[in-house]
Design a protein around this ligand. Structure first.
Ligand SMILES: Cc1ncc(COP(=O)(O)O)c(C=O)c1O
Length: 417
């Protein structure tokens, strides 16, 4: 294994060099960064390649990488092309993630995304006839279909509990999900933050309940890392799968799966290569995936360092600040129904809403045409909601622009109506 120092030494010896901009950025990012400090967040925006005339409000699907991440990927690709030795900086990567997510560095596995991480979990368990898996009607296909496929193949049943939208409290969400558990439930699988409404589910309490009842708890955590502070040590649960290419702004195709100590030895690997049965390797035996694109892990390391340089306190505060502004102002517009929760503790970087008499796809096209705004429509489960995601590269001006346009659409209708 090569650590970060070794990685830098190899790069130095190669003459290719590590992009110095990360250190530069870290120095510059030391001062300021209060939630409403527009000058600071405009400086952060300057670290991205997003064109000036675009308002990107779809981080919930894919996060744009900052320059330092793009550089790290390019640098790694150049190294491989120059035939320098393999150099995944495993230790630095695991340590950096351990710091960012308050987890044990030895628990991290690197699939390509949440879908693959959840599939590793679902396929790696011995689920059989008579078992039930409980999920909700706010799960993404990437977190749900792995269970659907395993249940069908093995004769188990996938059950669904309906969640309220907007949710009123964490207790309400907890009671609703807990009421769906039965004596046959082997696995509970829910999102930490739902993709539909950006609602934070009470995973900590659910983890405690599952432990008490001997139920395996798998969390689809595609969203929280890089968006909200996460403490893997205190969350509990058995599995935590994520997509750092969303809020952590890592390269596309970068996943994360965190395993608790027991599961590092108990879970069956879905991809087997040398060392798959070497239990001494712990979670790392799941990283033996054959040849893969290592440059994305170099990019992930840069993304983790970028976020650690900003600090998750500052990032979370800014994300929630923009989200609050959007929610409050949307709720004032006639005809708008906000389906995301009002409570701060349930809030995230996403807000979803419907506009009476206007199909969200039409509103989406209007926003794109008028101000080059990128959004996501939640068509799943026939919800038909418009979703706006805001992250650290968004300015308050972006937020005001989208609000003005939604207000105009609500009061005057869309052109052609
Ligand atoms: C909650 C949730 N789970 C899973 C996924 C799937 O993510 P990926 O395509 O990175 O596997 C998404 C993607 O939007 C999501 O929002």
């Amino acid at each position: 294994m090569i650590d970060r120092r070794g990685f830098l030494a190899v790069l130095g010896a190669s003459g290719l060099g590590w992009p110095g901009t990360l250190e530069h950025f870290s120095r510059q990012a030391q001062e300021g960064g209060a939630p409403g400090d527009e000058a600071f967040w405009t400086f952060v925006r300057g670290q991205f390649l997003i064109p000036e005339d675009r308002i990107y409000l779809n981080n919930g699907t894919l996060g744009p990488s900052p320059r330092v991440v793009v550089e790290a990927v390019a640098e790694h690709t150049r190294r491989v092309a120059a035939t320098f030795p393999p150099s995944v900086p495993w230790d630095a990567l695991k340590d950096g993630l351990g710091t960012l997510l308050d987890g044990d560095p030895e628990g991290f596995v690197f699939p390509r995304n949440t879908t693959e991480g959840m599939s590793f979990v679902a396929n790696g368990l011995d689920i059989g006839p008579g078992d039930e898996v409980l999920s909700t009607d706010h799960e993404h296909i990437g977190g749900r279909e792995p269970w659907s496929s395993v249940c069908r193949r093995r004769g188990a049943e996938l059950r669904t509990v309906a969640l309220p939208a907007p949710a009123q409290s964490s207790g309400q969400l907890f009671e609703t999900i807990a009421a769906g558990l039965t004596a046959k439930t082997r696995v509970l699988s829910v999102s930490h933050v739902t993709f539909t409404t950006g609602t934070v589910l009470p995973v900590r309490r659910l983890a405690d309940l599952c432990r008490e009842r001997g139920i395996i708890f798998a969390v689809d955590a595609a969203h929280p890392p890089g968006m909200r502070r996460v403490s893997l040590r205190s969350l509990g649960g058995d599995f935590y799968a994520s997509s750092p290419h969303k809020w952590l702004l890592a390269p596309q195709g970068t996943g994360l799966l965190y395993l608790t100590p027991e599961w590092r030895t108990w879970l069956w690997p879905s991809v087997a290569s040398g060392g798959w049965d070497d239990l001494e390797l712990g979670a790392h035996r799941f990283n033996h995936l054959g040849t893969f694109d290592e440059s994305r892990l170099a990019g992930l390391l840069a993304a983790v360092e970028f976020m650690n340089a900003l600090g998750m306190d500052r990032v979370e505060a800014r994300v929630l600040y923009l989200n609050r502004r959007l929610k409050e102002e949307l709720a004032r517009i006639p005809g708008i129904t906000v389906v995301s929760p009002e409570l701060l503790e349930l809030s995230s970087g996403m807000v979803s809403f419907g506009l009476d008499g206007v199909e969200s796809l039409r509103l989406q096209r209007f926003l794109a045409r008028e101000a080059n705004i990128r959004t996501r429509v939640i068509g799943e489960y026939d919800y038909g909601w418009m979703r706006l995601s805001t992250h650290i590269y968004n300015t308050m001006r972006d937020v005001e622009t989208v609000l003005e346009l939604v207000d105009r659409a609500a009061r005057r209708g869309l052109p052609g109506d």
